[in-house]
Design a protein around this ligand. Structure first.
Ligand code: MLT
Length: 263
């Protein structure tokens, strides 16, 4: 099962929230933030292609393929319109979903992510990591991310979070790690999708995120018609995991904005 129901929606509970994970992780990175979400709306989380459970039968690597997979999983679950929250790689997928299926995406939460494509050096680094993971049959090339994804405050004060990330990373299939890196390397700039997106947007960023820093979130806000910025204190790239209450509050506020536009 690759679409996880964290919470069934109550009657008239408002739009569901769909959570899309980052790399090299799966739906579990959202557990704490989902648990902190107030209200009774449905909360779902996807496991994208490349994560455990998908098997080795993967399409050509692309973020579009991940978005198409998510769209079909949501259709299978009867979700016609949702608030879509994507963290980092999940944000790339959320933007691709908004491009492919504008009527499905009522609102976008872009959490520790960016709308732009990779610079050539970052792209080359991804392809190198993909080749190494595949050739070695190991997640070793991405093991350091168990600490580099976290902010310096978390790293210093909460080693258990790094241990948890390390365990989740170890669960990922090396072929999936390679697939996701190649998919991200190939993605286009989707700032134009943001510019034409009709719904509300929130850009959330940890104040210690040096992978997709504040400037990336400000770029999102500057290019969307109705966007707010939420800076999460004492959090790195994994704000949703490091400070789940703050991220849940930002998602809840976005969902309420989307509900009120619909009403
Ligand atoms: C992630 O957290 O999903 C990754 O850092 C994404 C990326 O490498 O761009």
């Amino acid at each position: 099962m690759t679409l996880h129901t964290f919470r069934e929606g109550g009657p008239d509970a408002g739009l569901p929230i769909v959570l899309v994970h980052g790399f090299p992780l799966d739906h579990r990175m959202w557990l704490a933030a989902a648990a902190a979400l107030p209200g009774t709306r449905a909360v779902l989380a996807v496991d994208l292609p490349g994560t455990p459970g998908h098997g080795a039968d993967l399409p050509e690597p692309s973020i579009d393929a991940s978005a198409a997979y998510l769209a079909s999983a949501l259709a299978g679950a009867g979700v016609e319109r949702a608030v879509v929250a994507g963290m980092s790689m999940g944000g790339y997928v959320a933007l691709a979903l908004a491009e492919q299926h504008p009527s499905l995406v009522a609102a976008l939460a872009l959490v520790d992510t960016k709308s732009t494509a990779d610079l050539p050096e970052a792209r080359a680094n991804r392809l190198r990591i993909a080749d190494e993971a595949e050739a070695g049959g190991s997640v070793a090339p991405v093991r350091p991310m168990a600490t580099s994804l976290l902010g310096e405050t978390t790293r210093a004060a909460r080693p258990a979070l790094s241990e948890q990330l390390a365990a989740w990373i170890e669960d990922q299939p090396p072929t999936g790690v390679a697939w996701s890196q190649r998919a991200m390397a190939a993605r286009p700039d989707r700032t134009e999708v943001l510019r034409t997106f009709a719904g509300p947007v929130v850009a959330v960023v940890g104040d210690e995120d040096d992978l997709t820093p504040l400037a990336a979130a400000e770029h999102v806000v500057a290019n969307a018609a109705d966007a707010r910025l939420v800076v999460v204190p004492q959090a790195g790239h994994m704000a949703a995991f490091e400070q789940p209450d703050a991220v849940a509050a930002a998602l809840a506020e976005l969902a309420e904005r989307a509900d009120s536009l619909r009403a």
